[in-house]
Write a protein that binds this ligand. Structure first.
Ligand SMILES: Nc1ncnc2c1ncn2[C@@H]1O[C@H](COP(=O)(O)OP(=O)(O)OP(=O)(O)O)[C@@H](O)[C@H]1O
Ligand SMILES: [Mg+2]
Length: 562
């Protein structure tokens, strides 16, 4: 039987006429013969270009041109090389082809499927999308590499980021190596727009009504940022604040005198913020013995010790007011209320990690929509830092128990930040300092301790570069803002050719998937999620055409003022 390639060879219907590092130019005489019968050829289709040494270059068609020549109309195809198949194994990069190349033909769907399927071992394979140009091709990523390295999802509003987050997590939670009800995935979503409750009905759901965060677990820097007027740089308030916290902790401790002396501002030990307030008030209104007594001429006080204003008298008024305002602010109850003082370290950690006596959960959704803006950064910072430190101490524990331990964390965690530019912006403003610091630390060191970040953002150019440059897997969805586009281009590998320019015209749910976890950068369609996040497009036109609806303003007000 004569193979198709041999036919082509004989007629020399398709010829490579130029090879560049990032481009291959091909002339095709008769496009009908060149096509594979059942598959259409279009921009984005794959070609196979073979050399004499059994290597096959795989290239993606970038453009077609029709050129008039002596022989009639010829078709010129420019294709972008993505990698080489050698003995059935795919390698990235296109520069190892022996020149001159011999044969060109379109790759069949089976060829493409094989490349993707052979790229990941079955046990490591994780799939949440299909090839955009051919939905029959399921795209696997290496699940270990995908979750072990930080992930960025970028795209303009409405491009499909939230749905992608939902699809990825739903797929991850559902995959099991054997038959059991709950797998060992651990995911915490910081949900700033109340979107994810609908997507994860079984999740451990935490919002302002049941969130209890212990202020006493803040570290010294966070404590100062939250309670002190740091811009004011007032030594008196700082000293009194530290003194009050440490002494209250020592008073509450049952330890030995030596242990009490070890307690400091960073110790995660309970203190009562109300005692700190009382201490500050007492210092602010303190009279001290001057060492003198009133003279006999003062009939009322004669002989009594003379009192004078203490060294801090009246100097802490701003601090006292600030502290009082915070403690009395009912919006901050989740953080400064009595529950916050009484919750234990263990309970806090269990709540965040989804361990509960009644129901364990793979996914914890922390709905931050009710958290006042001025405490958002500190809230996110505290939770992120606790999770990081969990990873750190868990590794220490495991390694202490078994000196040969190779796996640092057998219950690794994914932290998902929606609208990441809100917590880790490219800005040095003090209101972002703490969350930025905690998350940057995870970006730099989290991998070793089993804590990975997934950042979703519509404004990638506004995200801290430290964090973004640590991401290894990118899901770039439609991106229309030129500043964001060029920023994302800078972060992606140079070898993407014109794939990257397609970003402007992606459909909803379409994305450029690139990074260590995937065999070759691919334009994919993210699978639809099962339960959708409540971020769907609103059918304006249909709603507007319906009859006028009454609005329950009273109920709205009640919700608003709650
Ligand atoms: N994979 C997909 N396939 C088909 N449609 C999708 C897909 N992903 C999202 N969509 C549709 O796109 C719309 C917007 O999706 P989504 O809310 O995920 O966007 P977003 O990028 O998170 O937007 P924003 O930045 O405003 O939060 C939804 O109505 C959804 O139905
Ligand atoms: Mg969204």
């Amino acid at each position: 039987m004569v193979s198709e390639l041999e036919c082509l060879d004989k007629d020399i219907n398709a010829q490579v006429i130029a090879v560049f590092p990032d481009k291959v130019k091909i002339v095709v005489e008769n496009l009908e013969i060149f096509k594979i019968a059942e598959e259409s050829l279009k921009v984005g289709s794959y070609l196979k270009i073979a050399d004499n040494e059994n290597a096959i270059l795989i290239a993606i068609i970038e453009n077609f041109q029709i050129v008039a020549s002596e022989k009639g109309r010829e078709h010129v195809i420019e294709a972008f090389p993505i990698g080489v198949l050698r003995d059935g194994v795919f390698e990235r990069g296109g520069d190892s082809l022996a020149i001159p190349p011999k044969e060109v033909k379109p790759a069949s769907i089976d060829d493409i499927k094989k490349i993707y399927e052979a790229s990941v071992r079955h046990e490591e394979s994780f799939s949440f999308s299909r090839l955009s140009s051919n939905k029959e091709v399921r795209i696997p990523v290496n699940g270990n590499k995908f979750f072990n390295k930080h992930i960025a999802i970028v795209g303009s509003t409405g491009s499909g980021k939230s749905h992608t987050v939902a699809t990825i997590i739903q797929s991850a939670v559902n995959e099991k190596s054997e038959e059991f009800s709950l797998n060992n995935s651990h995911i915490i979503i910081f949900d700033i727009h109340s979107e994810y409750k609908t997507a994860f009905p079984d999740a451990n759901f935490i919002d302002i009504s049941n969130l209890v965060l212990p202020y006493w677990m803040l570290n010294s820097e966070e404590l100062e940022e939250f309670f002190l007027d740091t811009e004011g740089n007032d030594h008196n308030q700082r000293n009194i604040f530290k003194e009050a916290i440490v002494s209250d902790r020592r008073n509450k401790s049952n330890g030995t005198e030596q242990e009490k002396q070890m307690i400091h501002l960073d110790s995660p030990i309970v203190f009562d913020i109300r005692s700190v307030l009382q201490y500050a008030i007492s210092k602010n209104t303190e009279y001290v013995d001057s060492g003198e007594v009133y003279a006999a001429s003062n009939k009322e006080k004669a002989g009594q010790p003379k009192l004078t204003q203490g060294s801090l008298y009246g100097k802490l008024t701003n601090f006292v007011n600030r502290l009082e305002n915070k403690i009395n602010d009912s919006r901050l109850n989740f953080f400064l209320g009595h529950d916050s003082m009484n919750i234990s370290f263990e309970e806090t950690l269990k709540n965040l990690l989804g361990y509960s006596s009644s129901k364990n959960s793979n996914v914890t959704v922390i709905d931050l929509s009710g958290v006042p803006f001025e405490v958002l950064s500190i809230t996110v910072s505290l939770i992120s830092r606790l999770i990081f430190e969990y990873g750190y101490f868990y590794k220490r524990l495991r390694c202490a128990r078994n000196l040969d331990e190779k796996i640092n964390n057998d219950s690794p965690i994914l932290l998902v930040y929606e609208e990441a530019h809100k917590y880790v912006p490219n800005s040095d403003l003090s209101k972002y300092r703490s969350s930025k610091k905690s998350i940057e630390r995870i970006a730099k060191e989290g991998r070793k301790y089993g804590v990975t970040l997934l950042l979703a953002s519509q404004r990638p150019s506004e995200i801290s570069e430290t964090i973004f440059s640590q991401c290894n897997n990118f899901i770039a969805m439609r991106l229309t803002n030129p500043v964001d586009q060029s920023y994302v281009k800078k972060l992606l590998p140079d070898s993407l050719g014109s794939l990257i320019d397609k970003m402007t015209s992606f459909k909803q749910g379409e994305a450029l998937l690139v990074g260590e976890a995937i065999i070759l950068p691919s334009i994919v369609q993210i699978n639809p999620c099962k339960n959708e996040p409540s971020s769907n497009d609103i059918p304006y036109w249909e709603l507007w055409k319906e009859e006028w609806k009454d609005m329950d303003i009273d109920a709205l007000k009640a919700e608003w003022y709650r």
